[in-house]
Design a protein around this ligand. Structure first.
Ligand code: PMP
Length: 365
């Protein structure tokens, strides 16, 4: 007998999630380019809806999120009964692991995958299986080769975080076609709205038609509502029904839901965010390419951030500290196997240009 409660051994294997920082070690507030938030802020319509919904604070929210589901269904041409929602798409990912994996089961994700997948996997006592990447991108053949009789879930983010890489529709369909139908394929579309040419890359079509595909989406990125924690998922009825069994009854708030519904209607805000991101993402990648002689390399991104590798004299760690001194916090990811990389969110025009100017200085260009 021990003299204190003993955490489950698989919980102790979890490396806790490290959120993006917004201040320096000495407490200075700097431009935050570490969490892939929307540099243009939030839709004014969403702000208004949020303010006017924050009234009856003593009331519980609508536990079935009917208005949110109906609005999403109308916008995307979906069945509202097949939509699940959660406290950010993080919660939806946890629900998937909780409902479909447990001790003795395996869950596959790619090397340099999103850091919540190992947490969600280990939390339920399942075993993580990491499929090798192909030059930082998702390798469908490697995922398929990692499947065993024990595989229960495959998580992929498309575009992926922290690499920003994107697997085209055909690859996702090939992955799905190669999986047994009892394996749940979770397609995490947190950054779907940033894909060149729009977000219809076939994930939703698979979720509409296949019994084993869950697509997850979020209001935290393009819709500028990270503070309100609203995410959602779409899958076959049996998948959704199982996830509902373990959902917290009231994990999304009244005001946050009202903001999300209004944000869906503000197509101007979404279009300007998309245009801004496409313009500055391309500019940023071009500028990094010009620093190729100093060993800097941008991994091609379809998201609202770019992974920059430092393969020359200037190291990612030095650049991370230098950027912090210059007033920009970005994400250095040694804990995710990327001690040589910085993930940098596309910020405002001024911030993006400022980051490049600082990197140029440090690279001696
Ligand atoms: N998936 C991916 C790939 C992400 O990068 C993020 C945000 N860090 C999420 C899911 C979760 O976002 P949220 O919980 O804010 O919806």
């Amino acid at each position: 007998m021990t003299n204190a409660p003993v955490p489950k051994p698989w919980i102790m294997e979890i490396a806790p999630y490290i959120p993006g920082r917004s201040t320096t070690d000495d407490g200075r507030k700097v431009a935050k380019l570490s969490s892939n938030e929307n540099p243009l802020g939030t839709s004014p319509k969403a702000r208004e809806a949020f303010a006017s919904a924050a009234t009856s604070l003593e009331r519980y929210p609508d536990a079935s999120a009917t208005e949110l589901r109906d609005t999403l269904a109308a916008k995307h041409g979906l069945d509202p009964a097949r939509i699940i929602y959660g406290n950010g798409s993080d919660e939806v990912l946890h629900l998937a692991a909780g409902a479909f994996a447990g001790p003795g089961d395996e869950v596959i994700y790619v090397n340099y995958g999103f850091s919540v997948y190992p947490i969600a996997t280990r939390r339920v006592g399942a075993t993580p299986v990491v499929a090798p990447d192909k030059d930082y991108a998702t390798d469908v053949d490697a995922i398929l080769a990692a499947v065993t009789d024990r595989t229960r879930i495959v998580f992929i983010a498309n575009p992926n975080n922290p690499t920003g890489t994107y697997a085209p529709r055909g690859e996702i369909e090939r992955l799905h076609a190669g999986l047994r139908p009892d394996i749940l394929l979770v397609i995490d579309h947190a950054y779907a709205e940033y894909i060149d040419g729009g977000d219809d890359d076939g994930g939703m079509a698979l979720a509409q038609n296949a019994p084993n595909v869950l697509v997850t989406r979020t209001f935290s990125k393009m819709y500028g509502l990270a503070a309100e924690r609203i995410g959602w998922g779409y899958a076959a009825p049996a998948i959704i029904e199982a996830m509902h069994r373990i959902r917290l009854p009231f994990s999304i708030t009244i005001a946050g839901t009202a903001a999300a519904v209004a944000a869906l209607g503000d197509t101007d805000f979404v279009a300007s965010t998309r245009d801004h991101n496409a313009q500055w993402r391309a500019w940023f990648a071009d500028e990094i390419a010009k620093l190729g002689n100093a060993g800097l390399r941008a991994i091609p991104s379809q998201a609202n951030f770019i992974l920059v590798l430092f393969e020359g004299e200037l190291t990612a760690e030095t650049a991370y500290k230098g950027l912090m001194d210059a007033g920009y916090i970005v994400r250095w990811l040694p804990g995710q196997g990327l001690p040589h990389g910085l993930r940098i969110t596309i910020g405002t025009a001024e911030e993006t240009q400022g980051v490049i100017a600082a990197l140029r200085r440090m690279a001696g260009a």
